[in-house]
Structure formats: C-alpha cells, structure tokens
Design a protein around this ligand. Structure first.
Ligand SMILES: [Zn+2]
Length: 490
C-alpha cells in the first residue's frame, strides 16, 4: 500500500514518557489448564493418494480407553501466570493524514517502535469513544446512529498527548473524539493484529485419529465442573479443541444433562424435547431406541439449526455384551479425504443433499416433517471446512443434485463412510454408568455397536440434550475474561 499524497496534517509532540501497558497473553495464560495436546496427525507417507482400508484392521475391536487424563489442576487459575507473561509497549509517536489507493483517506498512526497503522476516516469516526457516540460499562454498544454518520467526514486536526498514550481528533463537523493508544493498536487493520484478534477469541481445533485419542480421552469430574469456574473453563476449552470430553461421576439421577447445560448457557430444544431419554423400546420411533448397531452419523441433519453440542448421560449401562460407543473426528477424516482424493471431497462439499425427518404422531401427539438441503461437508466463506451433516438413515430419496453428479457423489459418500468406520480414525469405548459424553455434533460422527441385553439384565438408559456452540464459546470467553484478561471489566 503506498501513500499517494503528502501528509496534510502532522501531529507530533515529543513525549518523554514511554508507558508500559500490561497485556496478559491469553493464549499462554490458558495453556496450563487444558489437556495435553496430542501431536498433530501425521500425514501418510508414500505417494499413493488413494485411500484404502488397512488390511486386517477393519474387523478388529477398537482399543479400550481406560486411562484417565485429567483436564486440569482444579485449583489452578488460567489467569495465574498472566502477570509474568510480559508487557506490550504502546505509545504513539505521531499521526498524520494520508490518502491511499487501497483504503482512501486514512489517519496514519506512527508507533514509537517504528511501525505504523492506517485507520480509514469513516471507521475512526464510526468508532468514536466519546460518551455521546459509545455507551461504555455496562452495555458496551455504539450509540452513534447510522443516519448521523457522515461517510464523507474528514479530519480537521489531530493531536497526540506528550506521553503518546492518546490521540485526539477534531472532525470536519466540529465533533471531537479521543482514542487510547492501546485501544487503537488492538484494532489495527494490519494482518498480524487482525490474526491475533481472531486467535485470542477462538480455540484452535486439535484434530485426532484413533491412535491419538484412544486411552487419552479428555476427562473431567462432573461436580467439579459445576462448582469450579477454572474446571468449567478447562472443560469448554477441551471440548472446542478436541470435540469430545467425558464427564465422570454424574450419578444415575435424571436432570444432570440440563444441570450442566444451564451452568453453561441454554438448552437447544428439538422435537425430542429439551432433554430426551434413549432406552430400548418395543415400538421405537428411532433406531437409537433399539439394541441394533447405530451406524456412524451426526444427529438431526434435517435441522437448519443443526444441534451442535450433544450431551449423553449414561444413567444405566446395559448388563450384556457389546454396545461400545464409537466416535470419529469427521472433519479430520474429511481433511484427509481432501488430501487423498480431492474430487471425492469436492463432491461432498459442493453437492446439496436433502435431509429429512418424517414422524407420525407418537408419544407427544405431534407429527413432524422436517426438511433441509445442505452438502455433507460445510465450508466457510474462506473455504475452510467447518461442519458436517452425515446420516444414512435421514437422507431423503429425493435428491436435488444434477444427474451427472449422482454416481460420483455416491462413491464419495461411501468412501467417506468407510474412512469414518476405519480403525485408523475411530475410537470406541464403553462409557461407564454415571459417565456423560459431551461432543461436537457438527465435527464428530458417532455410532454404537449392537448390544445384547437379556430381559433380566439391567436395561440401558441414557439421557441426552443439546447446547449450541454459541453458548459454549460465550461462556468460555466470559470465564476467560473473569479468570484472566479483563477486557470489559466484568
Ligand atoms: Zn463521539
């Protein structure tokens, strides 16, 4: 980006004080409370890019996950090491007005470390921090109405305080605003600042295959998660990172799923209810209510707002054999598919599929007809793989795809299914009575082996529920603010 005009106004005051503003490093401060990150999946060696099941592995039982991996030291605080992380020197050396080809008229801020940031006039005016334009604590919202924002505004004058900690701007309509140096730097349009902002407020996914997750399932104690904010933060971080957490010691009473959901946010109610029971029924409306094998799937793909995080509490485990739960990090498997067979990946990412649920009046007296059309693999606007819908049972026989795509799509779908069920990618374990499994239904597929349950034996009884990722991230961020960095003074 090149400045195309000479500075029109130059504001410079020789500041002698170099303020040092403490800026805890959120990423580092949180590292002490999460489960040890497994190594990144290593790519397969060799040039062959066709995926084939590994001989001899397809029918072998999956490894039994017994080792407990505590999520956190329950008494540690993620903010505890923040003070020692270091500090960021933020001081403005000078500010001037420039016009650029790319961004139009901007205020250029020269930082005392020699770097500079450009702020478009309209953005700076829109984000004036004066009490007439922005309501601070406790609402933190812009009160400048859009009708009053002059998109052609210009800077009449600007001034930097002697210590470089503040910039004052007088606008062409006479309005005046003041901006703190750190506030400005955090909002710099420089790619590195924008990347840091994204990283601070999201949790990087750590993808896994079977060998990386078997025996290393992130685990947490149910009561500790309810009682302790650091333990709850550790749970949420592990869930976002790995997509799968096992809570232990949940007891056998009903209501524990809703109790945990309400400690975090709000339940996502579906036509199965706010919470639901999974038991063996004589007249099942869902294959989950039988003892048959449940193929790998993601729940409720026919909802536009697909339930995102599922909780399953094993109130009672069955008395017979079989019934191990199976999980695969399907977004990791899809990334492998993209690497090995990009055309198959594209077929699943580009072809809309019709997902359906038809239910006749049952226990609730209601019938249902839900439809939603979306590809198996969802990418965001930047082409990143962000979610999936996957169900053989709930895929409509109406298939609104171009004729020429159908055969290719089926081959890709079948291949993806074989990969999800391969021992290289899926973990299987038998949850114990009193365990609760919490997993990301938009990232993982889950299934269940068939099981035997003699009539005289204990009958299996699960309670389930859903909560949105918005609530997971929302609560995680507020805990991070409270326990570590305090951006909003909460
Ligand atoms: Zn203002």
């Amino acid at each position: 980006m090149a400045a195309v005009s000479a500075p029109r106004a130059l504001c410079r005051l020789a500041g002698q004080v170099r303020p040092t503003l403490s800026r805890p490093d959120l990423t580092r401060s949180l590292s002490g409370v999460t489960a040890a990150r497994p190594p990144r999946p290593s790519g397969r060696s060799g040039a062959a890019l066709l995926w084939v099941p590994r001989a001899g592995l397809a029918t072998r039982s999956g490894p039994r996950a017994t080792a407990s991996q505590p999520l956190s030291d329950p008494v540690s605080s993620p903010g505890a090491d923040a003070a020692s992380v270091g500090s960021l020197d933020v001081a403005i050396d000078a500010a001037d007005v420039v016009a650029t080809d790319e961004a139009g008229r901007c205020l250029r801020v020269q930082w005392r470390d020699g770097s500079e940031s450009l702020y478009p006039f309209v953005w700076l005016r829109d984000n004036c921090q004066c009490s007439a334009c922005f309501l601070g604590h406790p609402t933190f919202v812009r009160s400048l109405v859009l009708r009053d924002l002059d998109v052609n505004t210009s800077v009449e004058a600007c001034r930097v305080t002697s210590d470089g900690s503040e910039l004052s701007v007088t606008w062409s309509d006479g309005h005046q605003g003041t901006y703190a140096a750190e506030w400005l730097l955090l909002r710099s349009f420089r790619p590195e600042e924008q990347r840091r902002r994204r990283e601070e407020h999201s949790v990087e996914k750590s993808h896994w295959n079977a060998s990386q997750m078997s025996g290393k399932l992130p685990k947490a104690d149910f009561q500790q998660v309810l009682d302790s904010e650091p333990a709850r933060l550790a749970l949420l971080l592990a869930l976002e990172r790995y997509g799968l957490v096992v809570l232990q010691n949940c007891g056998s009473e009903s209501g524990q799923v809703l109790r945990l959901i309400q400690a975090i946010g709000y339940p996502h109610t579906t036509h199965y209810g706010t919470t639901f029971k999974v038991t063996t029924k004589a007249d099942p409306i869902n294959i989950a209510y039988t003892t048959k094998r449940l193929n790998m799937h993601a729940d409720l793909p026919y909802y536009e707002q697909q339930p995102q995080v599922q909780l399953l509490h094993y109130q009672r485990q069955h008395g017979g054999g079989g019934g191990r739960s199976e999980f695969a990090d399907a977004l990791h498997v899809a990334a492998e598919l993209r690497r090995l067979q990009p055309e198959a990946y594209r077929a699943l990412a580009d072809t809309p599929v019709d997902w359906v649920n038809v239910t006749l009046p049952g226990e609730t007296g209601r019938s249902h007809h839900k439809l939603f059309r979306a590809p198996v693999l969802q990418e965001d606007a930047e082409g990143r793989l962000v979610g999936l819908r996957f169900s053989q049972a709930q895929r409509d026989s109406f298939f609104g795809a171009p004729l020429g795509v159908v055969d290719r799509w089926y081959r890709a779908f079948a291949l993806f299914n074989r990969m999800l069920n391969d021992e290289e990618y899926k973990v299987s374990f038998l949850p114990q009575q009193g365990d609760m499994v919490m997993f990301d239904n938009t990232r993982l597929t889950h299934g269940r082996e068939d099981f035997e349950c003699p009539e005289q034996a204990t009958q299996r009884c699960l309670e389930g529920g859903y909560i949105g990722l918005d609530d997971i991230r929302d609560h995680r961020r507020t805990l991070q603010h409270r326990l570590g960095r305090n951006e909003f003074g909460l």
